[in-house]
Write a new protein. Structure first.
Length: 134
């Protein structure tokens, strides 16, 4: 994917509180397809997609719990149907988000899973919406 310099600059200026644990020291160096495990239920291939993106929570489950505003997240991997990213705050299943990638691509998605990796570092998985929300 080619990078749109204006979008990349916008993303780089967004607040980012993610604190990667020491075990993630080489986080941004991985690329290419992920190896599937024998018991994996996914139907589509996933690829490392290590880059910064902008995230907005469009529909929150709880106004008190969910982060608000637009912020920077770190993409982990992506397939045609889903995306996994790191966020400094906890998101909840069924919350709806919008991601803007450095290429300018916009993706709407619904959170399906979130787990704490470390303080200010949550691994979040979301199912991409194939049709635009109205």
């Amino acid at each position: 994917m080619s990078v749109n310099p204006d979008v990349a600059t916008f993303i780089s200026r967004l607040p980012c509180q993610i604190q990667l644990p020491a075990s993630y020291a080489e986080f941004f160096e991985k690329s290419g397809p992920l190896c599937a495990s024998y018991d994996e239920s996914r139907r589509l291939a996933r690829f490392y997609r290590r880059e910064k993106a902008a995230l907005t929570v469009v529909k929150r489950i709880s106004a008190e719990l969910s982060p608000t505003g637009i912020c920077q997240v770190y993409l982990k991997d992506m397939s045609r149907a889903g995306v996994c990213f790191l966020h400094s705050g906890q998101l909840y299943p069924l919350e709806e988000i919008e991601l803007v990638l450095a290429s300018g691509e916009r993706h709407q998605a619904t959170i399906v899973r979130c787990r704490k990796i470390a303080a200010l570092c949550y691994e979040t998985a979301a199912r991409l919406c194939l049709e635009p929300r109205g």
